[in-house]
Design a protein around this ligand. Structure first.
Ligand SMILES: Cc1cc2nc3c(=O)[nH]c(=O)nc-3n(C[C@H](O)[C@H](O)[C@H](O)COP(=O)(O)OP(=O)(O)OC[C@H]3O[C@@H](n4cnc5c(N)ncnc54)[C@H](O)[C@@H]3O)c2cc1C
Length: 459
């Protein structure tokens, strides 16, 4: 693949900059150009909630690399405010529009990386474009929200109840707002175990966040000053000063779709484990692309920064001549809501059923420190296994200390397709200040092993 002398990258955040950097590191003489339609590259969107919580911190602290440093230190040609608007695979040509001047140029490539990411879904409802109705996806969204918070709004409504919503309920409450979640479906954190959800809901309520479900949201309306003043629903208006739409994201696949690249069943760009798309000169990585799932043993779409960085790096390495495979992800993720750490790895019972497994699960609670050692708080572990094979399928961990990173043990176990009895035998670290002699994960594994055995021998 050393014939690639001009590499173009569309999108300059986690996946795009990882790919560009990797190509340059391995092949310094290759020309690498990154087109980014926004005003920033290489920032940590994941850090936005915590940055917004702290009014003294600059949002730009989240920028890891400036275009100047990318150029001077890494030799990457970054073109900000340049949008890729067309792709011709036959002539290997990318049509790029300069958003400042409106000029369009035809850019030829030997290899192309699509790292166009995902966009926040905006509800197609009346009033959702009013001042004071925001999303949180790009750094510019975070900057707008931070500016709005300077006016000291008193109330916020959060639409949606995924992990970004949970983080933002916490952040907005810490910034002094009274927060309400409005939702049609009764369940927050769709896809997580009921037992995990119950603890998160308790934590939200303990900190004054109200959760209202079961209504149809019909839009938003303005007050006399033109700013948003209420979210309207079929059960009447909910007055507010700020609305955060956090109802999910969609992969940015327009360019790929129009060019005729294969789109996977998930709706994201299909890739193989080398991050190659259905065209041999085009790679895709990050939130716009599917990723191989270790538990499902097929492609899935779980847009996360950890995966974006890895996939970008692999795409870049392969363009530079390596033959590196993306080992796969297991949907390992987590968040913090007030005093709770919440994390998981693998698949849920619901998803396991949908995928044809025969799952069974246990939920246990165990203290985070040894008996007799002061302090310590409960850690709740839910583990899921497939009965016929005895394989671990996934798990969730919730607690105030030492909870989130325990999900990494599960991620490791899932990576080697461990059975529950193999998990039971793991030699996990023990010392009274940070774990009981039977780690909560091992207690859960012991109980799950018994349950799997009991169900296996049923006639
Ligand atoms: C609030 C928040 C919290 C998060 N927390 C976590 C977390 O704790 N852990 C975690 O793992 N993940 C987290 N994520 C997700 C993580 O940020 C994303 O998975 C990651 O940013 C994906 O990187 P990406 O490069 O694939 O895409 P993106 O970050 O979406 O970047 C894509 C870039 O491509 C540009 N682009 C798109 N189309 C074009 C075009 N046609 N021409 C030019 N440029 C284009 C866009 O402007 C954008 O800058 C969080 C995300 C948010 C918003």
């Amino acid at each position: 693949m050393s014939s690639h002398s001009r590499v173009l990258v569309v999108g300059g955040v986690a996946a795009g900059m990882s790919a560009a950097s990797q190509v340059k590191r391995r092949k310094p003489n290759v020309e690498v150009v990154v087109f980014e339609r926004g005003p920033y590259i290489s920032y940590g969107a994941c850090g936005m909630p915590y940055n917004i919580e702290d009014e003294a911190r600059e949002l730009e602290d989240l920028v890891v690399l400036t275009p100047e440093r990318a150029r001077n230190d890494r030799g990457i040609d970054v073109r900000l405010r340049h949008e890729a608007v067309g792709l011709d695979l036959d002539s290997r040509m990318l049509l790029v529009k300069n958003l400042e001047t409106g000029d369009q140029t035809e850019e030829l490539f030997d290899a192309l990386v699509l790292a166009t990411g995902a966009s926040a879904i905006r509800l197609p409802l009346r009033g959702m474009d009013l001042p004071g109705v925001v999303i949180l996806r790009e750094l510019t969204d975070g900057a707008l929200l931070k500016r709005l918070l300077e006016h000291e709004p008193k109330r916020a409504i959060v639409l949606g109840a995924g992990y970004v919503s949970m983080e933002m309920c916490h952040v907005l409450t810490e910034r002094g707002l009274k927060v309400q979640i409005l939702k049609k479906r009764p369940r927050v954190l769709r896809g997580w175990a009921e037992e995990t959800v119950a603890l998160v809901v308790e934590e939200l309520q303990k900190h004054g966040v109200e959760i209202h479900t079961g209504m149809n949201i019909t839009g938003a309306e303005a007050g006399a000053d033109g700013n948003v003043a209420a979210v309207t629903t079929d059960q009447g208006p909910y007055p507010t000063d700020l609305v955060l739409q956090a109802v999910g994201v969609r992969p940015n696949v327009k360019l790929a779709l129009e060019a005729g690249l294969r789109i996977g069943e998930t709706g994201a760009i299909w890739v193989n484990q080398y991050q190659q798309t259905s065209h041999p000169s085009v790679w895709a990585a990050g939130d716009c692309a599917e990723a191989y799932h270790r538990v499902l043993r097929k492609n899935a779409w779980i847009p996360l920064g950890t995966t974006a960085n890895k996939q970008g790096r692999i795409a870049g390495a392969n363009i530079a001549g390596a033959a590196t495979k993306f080992a796969g992800m297991a949907g390992t993720s987590g968040f913090v809501v007030f005093d709770l750490e919440v994390a998981r790895s693998g698949i849920s019972s619901e998803q396991a059923v949908a995928e044809g497994f025969e799952p069974t699960s246990v939920t246990i609670r165990q203290r985070s420190r040894a008996h007799g050692y002061p302090g310590g708080t409960p850690i709740q572990v839910t583990l899921i296994a497939d009965v016929p094979s005895g394989l671990l399928l996934g798990g969730e961990v919730v607690g105030q200390e030492g909870a989130a990173l325990r999900a990494n043990v599960l991620a490791t176990a899932l990576a080697s397709h461990m059975s529950v009895s193999e998990l039971q035998g793991l030699d996990l670290a023990y010392a009274p200040p940070f774990a009981p002699v039977w780690d909560p994960l091992l207690v859960a594994a012991n109980q799950l092993a018994k349950k799997v055995q009991a169900q296996e021998i049923k006639p």
